[in-house]
Ligand binder design. Structure first.
Ligand SMILES: Nc1ncnc2c1ncn2[C@@H]1O[C@H](COP(=O)(O)OP(=O)(O)O)[C@@H](O)[C@H]1O
Ligand SMILES: [Mg+2]
Length: 334
């Protein structure tokens, strides 16, 4: 991958992170044209990615959008079909071995031993990282306390609750104090309170200086990231801070209530100015493409379809950003 290019190549040695906003923070992860095919399936399609040191960066996308495949390539566990990757200054996959010592990776599926106790699992991970007995013992005790697993220390990992398992997996991933953590849907199997606790733990790591790349399909988690990428069928369709993404929405959002959401959706889909609609509970969210679109105009359109509904403007949220970024026909419109 060392092409000997002297300037302006996508992986050139320009000071990292100098692009947007004139910040000087280094880039922890940089990928260009990252692509992975499985037979005829293009799981990841020409992804460009810059994750800055110290940020909590989110990958938001539905199942099958390429989140796990991307993370596996960034770790060096899966070879790209095309593209270039640099993680903490290491060219991947060539220098994956050197990266291992500086990277924590939490897989989507629980990857520890169900039939080992909590302390045995952590002791095993410590041995893999080459800690001696004394260092391993004190680090494991520290992690048990920090991740509230002291009471479960002798329990088999397979018998832990969903939240406890995720805390154990996080403890294992950070045992060697890596400056970079890749977490693949770490909260998909846990209850809401455990999800919040888990995110508190993630921010504690970020506050201590770690860089985190976290995939999720939860909007509330995406909202907490410093920046995020929205993935759809292997492509990066939107990127920025939650605030930037909201500000970049081309129109405004309305809420239709009091009529069947499906009937309202039918009446408004394809109507002039309507970009997308999404049913949320008993109401319909409507994103319009004109900042000056009015509730009255939508109400008239609904009335023409024989629907008596209340329409009001509402604050746009990441759900709207997501629906807009992944709407059918987006490529044709672009
Ligand atoms: N080992 C594999 N063999 C064949 N297809 C795969 C493999 N891994 C992933 N895929 C396909 O690649 C696409 C992206 O999958 P994945 O990265 O797991 O998405 P996500 O993590 O966002 O759910 C899907 O269509 C999936 O079926
Ligand atoms: Mg996945």
């Amino acid at each position: 991958m060392n092409t000997g290019r002297t300037s302006a190549g996508p992986m050139s040695a320009e000071p990292a992170g100098r692009g947007r906003g004139g910040g000087t923070r280094a880039v922890a992860i940089r990928a260009r044209g990252l692509t992975r095919r499985f037979g005829a399936v293009v799981a990841v399609d020409g992804l460009d990615l810059d994750v800055r040191t110290g940020e909590v960066y989110g990958f938001l996308g539905p199942n099958g959008s390429g989140k796990s495949t991307t993370l596996r390539m960034l770790c060096g566990l899966l070879r790209p079909s095309a593209g270039e990757i640099e993680v903490l200054g290491h060219r991947i996959p060539r220098e994956a071995e050197a990266l291992k010592r500086r990277l924590g990776y939490m897989t989507q599926k629980f990857a520890l031993y169900d039939d080992l106790a909590v302390t045995e699992n952590l002791g095993f991970v410590a041995a893999v990282h080459g800690l001696d007995r004394a260092a391993a013992h004190s680090r494991v005790e520290e992690l048990l306390a920090r991740y509230q697993l002291t009471e479960q220390r002798d329990q088999l990992a397979g018998t832990l609750s969903g939240g406890q398992k995720q805390r154990l997996a996080l403890a294992a991933a950070v045992l060697h104090r890596p400056p970079l953590l890749l977490l693949d849907e770490p909260t998909s199997a846990v209850d809401p309170q455990s999800r919040r606790d888990f995110w508190d733990a993630l921010f504690e790591l970020a506050d201590a200086g770690a860089t985190l790349l976290v995939s999720t399909h939860y909007m509330d988690e995406a909202e907490r990231c410093h920046r995020l990428a929205i993935l759809d069928r292997g492509r990066l369709v939107a990127e920025g801070s939650p605030r930037d993404l909201l500000d970049a929405l081309p129109g405004c959002t309305f809420l239709v209530e009091g009529a069947s959401p499906r009937a309202a959706q039918h009446a408004l889909t394809g109507a002039p100015g309507v970009l997308s609609t999404a049913q949320i509970g008993a109401s319909l969210r409507v994103l319009t493409d004109r900042r000056d679109a009015t509730a009255e105009a939508l109400q008239r359109q609904l009335a023409e379809a024989g629907l008596d509904a209340a329409v009001r403007a509402t604050t746009s949220n990441l759900e709207d950003v997501f629906v807009h970024a992944t709407r059918p026909g987006r490529e044709a419109a672009a």
